[in-house]
Design a protein around this ligand. Sequence first.
Ligand code: 5GP
Length: 291
Amino acid sequence: MGLPPQLTPEQRQEALLKAAISRKRRAEVKFKIKNGEFSIDTVLEIAKTEDAVAKMRVKELLESLSGVGKVRAQSLMERLNISPTRRIQGLGRLQIKQLREEFMKSEHAIKPGKLLVLSGPGGVGKSTVAKKLREAGDFWVSVSATTRSPRNNEIDGKDYFFVSDDEFTRMINADEFLEWAEFAGNRYGTPQEKVEQALLLGRNVLLEIEIAGAKQVKAHLPQSVLVFLEPPTWEELVARLEGRGTDSPERRAERLKLAQEELVAASYFDVVLINDQVESVVRRLIELAHN
Ligand code: 5GP
């Protein structure tokens, strides 16, 4: 074992002060857990950005929860394979998920939000509906990753996370997607972690994705509500797709062919809405989330 680093008196003073501030912060967080102001979810969220909280021992976190004494904390940690000295920052993804699920069952739970999946043929107007819903503030709208190049007016991180083919493959292999699919020569996927977090924090979540992806979401999360948006008429859809000046003629023809195939999928969905008026579709979706 190497010797401890030699600190100057100033450095030592600084380190002690830092440690004292961290301890004070942890004590404050524990106090808030005890009096019910912070749930386990809140603490796990804070730990993502605050080092002092990330260094809190899981044992201390659990024992601070009202109704969870030393015995329950210990048996829970044994069951979830969490070592007695483990700190929040050392928890694995599965352990975090299991801890959250454990406390969702109890009185500490926040009611999780609803997951609505909006799908339908390309050009039907899904993104306009999603934009309105985001503005209305009723939904947290997921931002997908895609290998497609940005269109003129699109902003990275807002419309999509524009990623390279290699990065997309890395994300698949790291199990970062709730679902992903190939569409018209590009890949699109929903980042999983942010969706789960938003739902656990009680937000209603909207995914605006194509049909194969929607089916995958239903398979993973059967409680999700799949909404299929239909055009008022086929002619209207053709007009919309042809009006999209951003696509090449080949790409437009490809999209029309895809749209024809996609329309058949409506029967698989929980709800079918006709997009004759954006406002009424938005209203219906808000109603569905509050049902
Ligand atoms: P666009 O290239 O026109 O933005 O999108 C093409 C299609 O991909 C649309 O039907 C859109 O809903 C869908 N899409 C966007 N994001 C995702 C995603 O994360 N997953 C899946 N499966 N489809 C997506």
